[in-house]
Structure formats: structure tokens, C-alpha cells
Design a protein around this ligand. Structure first.
Ligand code: FES
Ligand code: FES
Length: 171
């Protein structure tokens, strides 16, 4: 029996508009994967700890497994699948390929979205925990990349290559 805990929600995902009638308890990740067939964001931990479900949510990186979809009515979501085209890859995706920034690939869509969001944060001058100076624009050292990508785990431990890939994309 349907009750008051269902809501109409409209989202734009990778350029396509969707209006869905959803249970208010569904997470954004489950809405994307189970209802919209958008499988680029992966379910790793489902506890906000691994980063594999990361997307760009209204232009900022965000994990999708902890947020309720109903809280994001009207949002624009870009997943790794919506960045670039297969024959014209986004520079970050191309850099991951060039540097073998993955092995099994399960974490990779989240890593790529997180890297895109992270590079924008650096560009806007946002400091991290390891930035020497909170006022100056941060320099993109390997330590900065590791710190800023520390929310994205990789069980295959492709970390050195991921750092190299992000350095290439930043250039
Ligand atoms: S599945 Fe969302 S952080 Fe792990
Ligand atoms: S490439 Fe396998 S988990 Fe990262």
C-alpha cells in the first residue's frame, strides 16, 4: 500500500532528465543503479567509507550511498560515464588509461569523479589538511593529491599510478 512516504523527484543524470516516484528512504546510489540503470557509480561499502559511489553532484564531488535521493530533487548529477565520450575521453579518464590507474576497475568511476572534483577544488584555492599555507593557492604536490583523494579507496592498490594520472590531468 502506497503512503505518504513516496515523493516525485526530478534529476538530471548525465544530461538526461528523469522524474521518478520514489520511496523517501531510498539512497541516491540505489536510485541511480536500481531504478535508473545508471551503473557507473559502484556500491563498495554502502557506508560512506570507500568512495566508489562518488559522482559530481551540482558540480561538486559527493558520495551517493549515504544521501537520500529525495534530498536532491532538481539536482544535476554527472557520473564517470557522463564525462567525455568513448572516442573523446575526459582528460582525467585519459590520464587514468595512460598511467594504468586501475587494475580491476571497480573503484575507478568514483576515483575519476573524485579527481575531477578535487582538481576544481584546488583550482578554486581550497586548502587541504596538508596545505602549508591556508591563504595561498595550494600547489598540487603528490602529498596534496594523496590527501585529497584519501576518501577513495582502491583494493588493488593502484595508488601510485592514480597519483601520476592526476598529475598528468592537472597539467
Ligand atoms: S559505496 Fe559509497 S562510500 Fe562506499
Ligand atoms: S582498481 Fe581494483 S579496486 Fe581500484
Amino acid at each position: 500500500m502506497e503512503s505518504a512516504h513516496f515523493t516525485d523527484v526530478t534529476l538530471r543524470v548525465d544530461g538526461t532528465d528523469h522524474t521518478v516516484h520514489i520511496d523517501n528512504r531510498i539512497t541516491l546510489l540505489d536510485l541511480l543503479r536500481e531504478h535508473l540503470g545508471v551503473t557507473a557509480p559502484k556500491k563498495g561499502c554502502d557506508h560512506g567509507q570507500c568512495g566508489s559511489c562518488t559522482v559530481l553532484l551540482d558540480g561538486r564531488r559527493a558520495t551517493t550511498c549515504l544521501g537520500f535521493a529525495v534530498a536532491h530533487d532538481g539536482a544535476e548529477i554527472v557520473t564517470a560515464a557522463g564525462l567525455g565520450e568513448p572516442d573523446n575521453l575526459h582528460p582525467v579518464a585519459q590520464a587514468f588509461l595512460d598511467h594504468d590507474g586501475f587494475q580491476c576497475g571497480y573503484c575507478t568511476p568514483g576515483q575519476i569523479c573524485s579527481a575531477v572534483g578535487m582538481l576544481d577544488e584546488v583550482k578554486s584555492g581550497s586548502p587541504s589538511h596538508v596545505s602549508d599555507d591556508l591563504e595561498d593557492s595550494p600547489e598540487l604536490t603528490d602529498a596534496e593529491i594523496r590527501e585529497r583523494m584519501s576518501g577513495n579507496l582502491c583494493r588493488c592498490a593502484a595508488y601510485p599510478n592514480i597519483v601520476d594520472a592526476i598529475q598528468q590531468a592537472a597539467r
